[in-house]
Design a protein around this ligand. Structure first.
Ligand code: SAM
Length: 232
């Protein structure tokens, strides 16, 4: 269970009404039960239920189950697609160990609204589900041209360019330094965006194989390739 509260030996952790409902109403946990807690910073803890009520409850951290594990410094930048597919992208990026999820509005992005709070909640759920101790930060939607204008060149960009389809996937020897994967919208990148990215020394353009993939498939493929080449 994710809690927004410090976790440490014998630390008491109060539950919100929603968490109490989930733990005691849905999961039928009672006083004396042990629950795995994490907050994205202090590792995973085995915590004992000491108070259980309809509107709240208290858990006490008894033992550290797993130390904090932060994923490698990888961001995912993607152009939001339809809602269910955007949800999928956020969920998979969390499971695959992205540190930050940065939605970008490109020239051909056709979905321009994104509820950051909802997507952050998806990231929390995905981290809970996969037993991770880390939750990526989901940022507000930003324009790609502005993001690139302020780009710190020490972070390399893995530019997934559908127009390079047919060229081999070349990710061998990728340096482990900070990276950001960039995935375009359903309409692909514009020529101006492609020219800008190809002109950036810190950007490497790659093909994900001979077929055009949906944005969410491309996201999972790129994250997998990056993890194989440079992840840990
Ligand atoms: N409408 C575009 C077209 O027909 O060329 C396709 C866009 S694709 C659905 C969405 C995004 O996934 C692309 O912008 C790119 O970032 C990524 N992508 C999909 N297939 C790819 C491939 N084979 N190689 C590299 N990137 C790919």
């Amino acid at each position: 269970l994710f809690v927004d509260h410090p976790l440490a030996e014998e630390q008491a952790v109060p539950l919100t009404k929603e968490q109490a409902h989930y733990l005691f109403g849905v999961m039928r946990q009672e006083v004396g039960a042990f629950v795995a807690l994490f907050n994205g910073r202090d590792g995973a803890w085995a915590a004992e239920v000491v108070e259980a009520g309809k509107r709240g409850g208290v858990l006490v951290c008894r033992a550290l189950d797993a130390p904090q594990m932060d994923p490698p410094d990888l961001w995912l930048m993607f152009a939001p697609v339809k809602k269910a597919r955007t949800d999928f992208i956020v969920e998979k990026a969390t499971e695959m160990g992205a540190r930050r999820i940065l939605p970008v509005q490109t020239q051909f992005t056709n979905s321009e609204r994104l509820r950051v709070d909802k997507q952050q909640a998806h990231a929390v759920e995905a981290a809970e589900q996969c037993g991770g101790t880390f939750v990526p930060e989901v940022c507000a939607l930003q324009r790609l041209d502005r993001v690139l204008a302020d780009w710190d060149p020490t972070r390399r960009i893995l530019f997934c360019d559908e127009s390079s389809v047919g060229t081999a996937v070349t990710l061998e020897g990728l340096d482990p330094g900070p990276w950001a994967i960039l995935i375009g919208p359903e309409g692909g990148f514009s020529e101006a965006e492609r020219t800008k990215l190809r002109g950036m020394d810190c950007a490497t353009s790659i093909s994900l194989g001979p077929r055009i993939l949906r944005a969410e498939t491309a996201t999972v493929a790129a994250l997998t390739l990056w993890q194989m080449a440079a992840g840990d």
